[in-house]
Design a protein around this ligand. Structure first.
Ligand SMILES: [Zn+2]
Ligand SMILES: [Zn+2]
Ligand SMILES: [Zn+2]
Length: 605
């Protein structure tokens, strides 16, 4: 199309030249090589004799046609444009100059505040740009050929070649849309959460339109400013990359009519009003609670309503057994069956007992060396009193406590079988003699029941065996029994520190005792607890029969409410057999030393 237009234009120019016009003038050659026309055009150069200048100012429709040749050029279309068709003729034919020619056109009304460009439109339609000199109402420039020249003012940029427009990245983070609304960017709909990342040209206009669903509003956020809260945000692409977020929001709520219980919420856009109960979601601590006193906190609703609340007194914060807040020594830890601390665990770790047999031969040798072998001398070994003459010089069992590498151990030396006056135990076949070592460990107790913040506990394992009474004769009760006195006066001190003893509660059903044998009702003898047994529970006399073919699960333990006279007039006591299913009872003479002891205690949690 362009080529065709120029071709037509060239033909028109030829016609213009062929037909003499009012503005046309012809000059004659001068010796100086300067040709002049009457309409103020001068050319300087080397011309043949007889050559004449023809300079035509093109006007009217022809001028409009001529300007089509530079329609794509950047010039000030509002300014005055001058078009000249300049040629040199000799003998009726056009001739071209040899070498450069200076052309000066007189333009008295030229605006000297502007710069100009001369567009030389050649016969083949090509456009050559020439920078002219503009002075005193004249425009002069150099050319090597003649045809159509258009003198046009430059655009305000001063006529320099314009910078190509920048391509910039426009990125809009379109935040959750699905439920909140849709977004249109330059007319294209974005229905789902997405990022709009597109290259745009500097100067381009972009329109972002938010279409919020009911109950939602919108905003356009720049890096740290709100760009717009209106549904349509328009902007012009500048030279820099642009990044902002289009974020739909809920109602822009304001609160009023605040009462003790409720507030009224109104959206400032007028599409929502409701009276709702306060939600005290924010809390600020005024005073921290400790194990010694309650604390206080202030709760507040988004509407500004506040209220204060007590923070309950806390548990002690034990660090290495000492409370970090009050310095109290820890008396017990509630744990799982595997011994891991758990505030709701079914077990309590409290007190210490020698319950872990040493199986390491090297350690046994080291302990034996420290204690002094009982086979050589009993100097460091204490006879254990089982009664029935089984004590002092006639003792069958000795013990020795040793501290080694920061841990406590107890050696138990079983010298001989016990003289229980039991026909079944008159030979060594039922007892193994020897020395055994046990490490002192924290004792585990099973929680049988919790009432009024008090827990009834029994030992998780059978750690020891003891006789119930010193004699099978006479009027035996639990109250006057030997085992009750031993529990209350001796074993309690071995198991518990004074601080631990301080939390022991007296059992109202057992003379207020703080450690006692369980009664059948206390441990629900019809569904008794399956007490675990220490594998070698003969520590200080626990029942050794388990080693002799009755299996590790079998060890009877005393009940305090089972004392009765046998047909032989002797005192017997009911025992629970700890063999599964743990619901069997049997009776043993009150002096039997092999019956296990399951101590029971009540602690305040
Ligand atoms: Zn609203
Ligand atoms: Zn409120
Ligand atoms: Zn404390």
């Amino acid at each position: 199309m362009k080529i065709r237009t120029r071709w037509i234009f060239t033909i028109i120019l030829c016609l213009l030249i062929a037909i003499p016009l009012a503005a046309c003038d012809v000059s004659t050659a001068t010796p100086s090589g300067t040709l002049e026309s009457q309409n103020g055009v001068t050319i300087e150069g080397t011309f043949e004799d007889g050559a004449a200048l023809e300079a035509v100012e093109v006007v009217g429709e022809d001028k409009i046609l001529a300007l089509q040749s530079i329609a794509e050029e950047k010039y000030d279309t509002d300014g005055e444009v001058y078009v000249y068709d300049i040629s040199v003729v000799k003998d009726g034919a056009k001739v071209q100059p040899s070498g450069k020619v200076k052309v000066t056109v007189s333009v008295p009304d030229i605006d000297t505040s502007k710069t100009y460009t001369v567009y030389h439109v050649k016969d083949d339609g090509a456009v050559e740009k020439i920078k002219p000199a503009v002075q005193n109402g004249t425009v002069s420039f150099e050319t090597e050929s003649f045809s159509c020249f258009i003198i046009a003012p430059d655009e305000e940029s001063g006529g320099e070649t314009e910078q190509p427009k920048k391509q910039v990245n426009v990125s809009i983070n379109i935040l959750p849309l699905a439920e909140c609304g849709m977004l249109k960017v330059n007319g294209t709909l974005y229905e789902n959460a997405a990022s709009y990342k597109t290259t745009h040209t500097e100067g381009e206009r972009i329109t972002v339109e938010a279409i919020a669903t009911s109950g939602h509003h919108f905003g356009f956020w720049g890096e740290d400013e709100v760009l717009s809260r209106e549904p349509v945000y328009e902007f012009t692409v500048g030279a820099e990359n642009i990044s902002f977020a289009a974020n739909f929001t809920g109602h822009d709520v304001q609160y009023s009519e605040i009462t003790d219980d409720a507030h009224t919420e109104k959206c400032k856009f007028g599409d929502y009003t409701a009276t709702v109960a306060h939600t005290f979601a924010d809390e600020k601590i005024i005073t921290e609670a400790t194990c010694q006193h309650a604390g206080e906190k202030e709760l507040s609703c988004v509407c500004g309503k506040t209220k204060t609340e007590e923070i309950p007194i806390t548990d002690h914060d034990y660090q290495d057994g000492v409370c970090s807040m009050c310095g109290k020594t820890q008396t017990y830890v509630r744990v799982n069956a595997n011994g891991v601390a758990n505030p709701n665990g079914a077990y309590i770790k409290m007190g210490k007992t020698y319950c872990e047999q040493v199986k390491d031969g090297n350690l046994e040798n080291a302990l034996m060396e420290k204690a002094g072998s009982p086979y050589l001398t009993l100097e460091n070994w204490t006879p254990f009193d089982f009664g029935n003459g089984d004590s002092g010089e006639n003792a069958t069992t000795y013990y020795c406590d040793v501290e080694y590498n920061g841990l406590n151990y107890r050696g138990v030396y079983i010298k001989d079988y016990r003289k229980d006056n039991d026909s079944a135990q008159t030979t060594n076949s039922r007892y193994w003699t020897g020395t055994y070592w046990f490490e002192q460990r924290t004792a585990m107790w099973e929680i049988v029941k919790i009432e009024d913040g008090k827990a009834y506990l029994v030992s998780k394992e059978i750690w020891i065996s003891q006789r119930f009474a010193e004699s099978d004769e006479g009027e035996l009760t639990y109250e006057n029994s030997w085992i009750r006195a031993w529990l209350k006066n001796t074993w309690i001190n071995e198991l518990f520190t004074p601080a631990q003893q301080a939390i022991l509660q007296g059992n109202e059903n057992c003379f207020g005792d703080k450690i006692f044998l369980p009664s059948s009702s206390e441990i629900s003898i019809n569904a008794p607890k399956p007490f675990g047994l220490y594998k070698y529970p003969f520590c200080l006399g626990a029942y050794k029969e388990v080693l002799q073919g009755y299996g590790d699960n079998y060890c009877p333990y005393w009940l305090r409410d089972g004392v009765e006279k046998g047909t032989d007039g002797k005192n017997y006591v009911t025992c629970v057999t700890s063999k599964p299913p743990f619901d069997q009872t049997t009776k043993y003479l009150a002096t039997k030393t092999f019956v296990g002891v399951v101590p029971a205690i009540i602690i305040e949690l």
